[in-house]
Design a protein around this ligand. Structure first.
Ligand code: HEM
Ligand SMILES: *[C@@H]1O[C@H](CO)[C@@H](O)[C@H](O)[C@H]1NC(C)=O
Ligand SMILES: *[C@@H]1O[C@H](CO)[C@@H](O)[C@H](O)[C@H]1NC(C)=O
Ligand SMILES: *[C@@H]1O[C@H](CO)[C@@H](O)[C@H](O)[C@H]1NC(C)=O
Ligand SMILES: *[C@@H]1O[C@H](CO)[C@@H](O)[C@H](O)[C@H]1NC(C)=O
Ligand SMILES: *[C@@H]1O[C@H](CO)[C@@H](O)[C@H](O)[C@H]1NC(C)=O
Length: 366
């Protein structure tokens, strides 16, 4: 094992000699291992006093995920926005009570698609000098980070624009204002925060549908195939399930604004009272989708939406991951291969339990 990881480092040095700018940052591989499961999955006031909000500095990375950005702004993830697999699992399970298996599956997919699985680091935003390309640049000359379009980040987000027509990384106030207008129309009433100030499934169903209709019309290059399609409804479900106040499970407008716009935990907020399991996320995502159905698909060259025809089954979502992970990762050896295998197993356990293993088949350097 020691020998084979040396081979990887040696291969990296050889490749790097063709690219002099890389010589100065030789990489040392880091073995990835699953962190322990949390023992306490009860309600908890978050943030804790030793995790104050501090706005990110100019070199700190932030990206399209309001959940991860908020964790970094409170130091649950490293404040520079560069995290390991274990740090992402620890932070999301602790801060939001995201179920351990769900957190592990997402973190594994992120690391495979957009991180450097050799040194166990990923940027939650754009690329960073702290996360060099994989050894030998087998997936291109930079590790792009979670904010890079494609693989994980995709179209029809709620508060980010499609990459082809706008800013796909930062909070977009105009889109958020549309969401608020749907809360005004379809939200529930609160005696504390006022009429129509509680976000519910109906609000998200109407808003997700509007976002699809607008993207379909405005973005000639719209891609909304099954992985992104289901993922985007999952993110709508995250909004209800992880941003709500854990005491009553209610998501009010001020609380939602704190997460999306300020990327900050609200004062007097509590994480949910039980771990947020993939099944529950999936059920709520399904309810949001079926209230205003949209098919997976993509725009053609004339801007006409072409729905996908492949039948959808319980393994479709897992299978779609394989397209977003570069096939070349299978052609590795030593410590990198060991990390890749652990991450692939983790994705399979979370999203493809009972499904045949889908080998990565994605293109490199995209
Ligand atoms: C566990 C690791 C996680 C990873 C790797 C991850 C990654 C991402 C990425 C790449 C996106 C952008 C997708 C896109 O819109 O194009 C995203 C969106 C989103 N994430 Fe996360 N996320 C994680 C956990 C969480 C958690 C714990 C929450 C909630 C507490 C969350 C809430 C959201 C929401 C609401 C969006 C949609 C934003 C929008 O559409 O405007 N995520 N996430
Ligand atoms: C994750 O949490 C566990 C349990 O609290 C701890 O032992 C471990 O050091 C943490 N790992 C990281 C990378 O923070
Ligand atoms: C909620 O408030 C709105 C606006 O004040 C009102 O029209 C509606 O009847 C209220 N709904 C309920 C269930 O009380
Ligand atoms: C969460 O609920 C508790 C109990 O009702 C309340 O005291 C607290 O203010 C709420 N927090 C937020 C952010 O709404
Ligand atoms: C998919 O999973 C659901 C829930 O576990 C199950 O009821 C259904 O039979 C499965 N469908 C297929 C085609 O395996
Ligand atoms: C993996 O390596 C084999 C043998 O060198 C090669 O034929 C194949 O094209 C490689 N696959 C990828 C995706 O790089």
């Amino acid at each position: 094992m020691i020998f084979s990881s040396l081979v990887v480092v040696a291969a990296a040095s050889l490749a790097a000699s063709a690219f002099p700018q890389l010589l100065s940052r030789e990489q040392v591989g880091v073995p990835i291992s699953a962190p322990p499961r949390p023992t306490d999955t009860g309600i908890l006031p978050i943030p804790e006093p030793d995790h104050p909000f501090i706005a990110p500095g100019p070199d700190d990375r932030r990206g399209p995920c309001p959940g991860l950005n908020t964790l970094a702004n409170h130091g649950y993830l490293p404040r520079n926005g560069i995290a390991s697999f274990e740090e992402i699992i620890n932070a999301t399970t602790h801060g939001y009570n995201m179920d351990y298996d769900l957190a592990s599956g997402l973190a594994a997919f992120a690391m495979l698609a957009r991180g450097n699985a050799f040194i166990n680091k990923i940027s939650i935003g754009l690329d960073s000098p702290l996360v060099p390309a994989l050894p030998g640049e087998i997936d291109g000359p930079i590790a792009r980070g979670l904010a890079a379009h494609g693989r994980f980040e995709g179209d029809v987000s709620m508060t980010r624009q499609d990459a082809a027509i706008g800013d796909n990384r930062n909070f977009q106030a105009d889109l958020y204002d549309q969401l608020l207008s749907f809360v005004d129309q379809f939200g529930d009433n609160s005696t504390v925060t006022g009429p129509r100030s509680i976000v519910n499934q109906r609000v998200l169903a109407e808003f997700k549908y509007k976002r699809f209709v607008d993207s379909q019309a405005a973005d000639k290059q719209l891609e909304y195939h099954i992985g992104r399609w289901l993922g985007s409804y999952g993110e709508a479900s995250f909004t209800l399930n992880f941003f709500a106040n854990g005491t009553d499970g209610i998501l009010t407008v001020p609380t939602m604004t704190s997460f999306f716009r300020d990327q900050r935990f609200p004062a007097n907020w509590n994480r949910r009272s039980g771990a947020g399991l993939l099944d529950k996320i999936g059920d709520d995502a399904g309810a949001i989708l079926s209230a205003k159905p949209v098919q997976p698909g993509a725009n053609d060259a004339n801007g006409v939406y072409v729905p996908d025809t492949a039948p959808i089954d319980n393994c479709s979502f897992y299978n779609s991951f394989a397209e977003d992970v570069p096939a070349v990762l299978l052609n590795t050896t030593g410590l990198l291969k060991q990390n890749v295998d652990l991450l692939l197993d983790t994705v399979h356990n979370t999203f493809g339990a009972g499904c045949p293993v889908a080998e990565p088949r994605g293109a490199a350097n995209v």
